[in-house]
Every structure is written in C-alpha cells, then in structure tokens.
Design a binder for this molecule. Structure first.
Ligand code: DGL
Length: 271
C-alpha cells in the first residue's frame, strides 16, 4: 500500500460529505474517493443483510481503485457491517463513533440526546452505550425518520424539514436534554436548523472532526500519510444515475462536481 494512494469514503448517500469535508480540512494533501450509495439510500429502513452486502461491494470497489484506507462515513453501516468489513479486508477501516463520551463530559443537566436512524438506535453498538454511560447520565435515543430523505433532496431549511426537526427535538428539550449528539452523518447539514429550534443553551456535538483526526492517527501509525506537496483531489461516485444526486453533492460540497457511476449502474434510458 502506498502513501500517495487515495482514501476511500462511503455513505448511503450524501451524508458522508459532512465527514469528507472534515477529512479535507484535516488532510489537505490526500486524494479522496467518495461513494454515495444513492441507489440504495436510505440504509436506515433496509435489512441488515442488504447493508452488509452493499458495504462489502463498495469497499471492494474502493480497493480496486487503490484505496489505502476506508472511512465508513455512515453510522448505520457502521452499526451493522463494521465487524464483517474488518474481518474481510485487511486495510485500515475507520468507522463512525457516536460522540456520547464528550456529551457525557459536557452535560450539566445530566440528560443527553442522540439523534440517529432507527436502525442505528437498534444496533448492538448503541445498546452498549447505555451499559457504558447510562449509570451517570440519562441518554435519550431519538430516531428521526424522514430527515435523511430531506438531506438527500437538498432540503436543508424548508417547512417540512423544520416540522420534522421540531417533532423530534421538542420532546428531548422537554425532558431536560442540554446536549444533542448528531448520530447520523446526514444531520450536520441540518445543524443550523437544529440549533435554531433547540436554542442557544443546547450544545450540538458532531463527531466528524474527531473521525478525521482518528483517520490521521491511523494513517500515521501505518506510515500511510501522504507525502505529496500538492493539494489533494476528490472523485465522487454514485450508485444511482441521478441529476439530483449530482446537484445535491455540488450544493453540499459547495463546488460544481462531476459525478461518476459505479460499475453495474444501468445507462440512462434514451430520451
Ligand atoms: N448517513 C447515514 C448514517 O450516518 C444515513 C443512514 C441512512 O441512509 O439511513 O446513519
């Protein structure tokens, strides 16, 4: 494996771009490959077997593009597929960690909330969080159906998105939560709206920057940190031939991006 090789990053869709932007900030010289599995998003309501099969196929693809490390920029895929991925592939694989530990340290009210997909909340990793931290603080787990779809559609601030966030956040505030953890990589793109609805007294914790730092540590310890002196590049891939995906990636990445298609994505039907 070579230090100049790219880093592969994937998510069910565009959410992992919140992690990608922190990786770009932390590691400006690295080449980055991003796969949005938009043809199968959202993962949150799919069977675990399908998510595992998709995760394995995407990592296989990224390895075929010479990835030197993988970042699973998806809490849902982490919850159901990380053990299988680490058993199957030998390159460094960095995965999402819900930032419950910093939230526990930070809370004054003793009540923290985690926003995530239903599947993440049902996962074994999340059950362990209760065992680990539940004795000291109250952890409210809030599933947020519909929010991933809003971000996938680029709807970051409209009425429907606002109404969904109000529905999910209001009960948490009523129960005294003063710290909200974003447990899905799509949600940082809704952070401004969540902040507006939750008010200034509530702290919002996004684990993405910590994941990027962890990636740096892992590359360093494997002697895989890029030695290049030029700015790194990004390539964006999708499993859906969709103008919306390209437009939303450009919106969230704040640059006009070219979107490539994974092998086996059917051609667009003729006009
Ligand atoms: N970004 C994914 C996560 O972090 C969204 C999952 C989904 O597609 O439902 O969980």
């Amino acid at each position: 494996m070579k230090a100049l090789n790219p880093i592969g990053v994937f998510d069910s869709g565009v959410g992992g771009l919140s992690v990608l932007r922190e990786i770009r900030r932390e590691l400006p010289g690295e080449h980055l490959l991003y796969v949005a599995d938009s043809g199968h998003a959202p993962y949150g309501d799919k069977p675990a077997e399908l998510i595992q099969a998709r995760a394995a196929a995407i990592v296989e693809f990224l390895v075929s593009r010479h990835a030197k490390a993988i970042v699973v920029a998806c809490n849902t895929a982490t919850g159901v597929a990380i053990r299988m991925l680490r058993a199957r592939f030998s390159l460094p694989i960095i995965a999402m960690e819900p930032a419950v530990k910093p939230a526990v340290t930070h809370t004054k009210s003793g009540v923290i909330a985690v926003l995530a997909t239903s599947r993440t909340i049902a996962s074994e990793n999340f059950a362990k969080l209760h065992e680990r931290f539940g004795a000291n603080v109250q952890i409210l787990m809030q599933a947020c159906p519909g929010l991933v779809e809003q971000v996938e559609a680029g709807e970051l601030s409209g009425e429907k998105t606002r109404a969904l966030i109000e529905r999910y956040v209001a009960p948490l505030l009523a129960q005294g939560a003063d710290t909200i953890v974003l447990g899905c990589t799509h949600y940082p793109f809704l952070a401004a709206l969540i902040r507006e609805i939750a008010g200034p007294a509530v702290t919002i914790i996004d684990p993405s920057a910590a994941i990027a730092r962890e990636l740096r540590r892992r590359l360093e310890s494997a002697s895989l940190l890029s030695t290049g002196t030029r700015a790194g590049t990004e390539q964006f891939w999708s499993s859906a031939r969709s103008d919306t995906t390209r437009a939303v990636i450009s919106q969230l990445w704040k640059a006009d991006v070219d979107l490539l298609y994974l092998p086996h994505v059917p051609d667009a039907p003729p006009d």
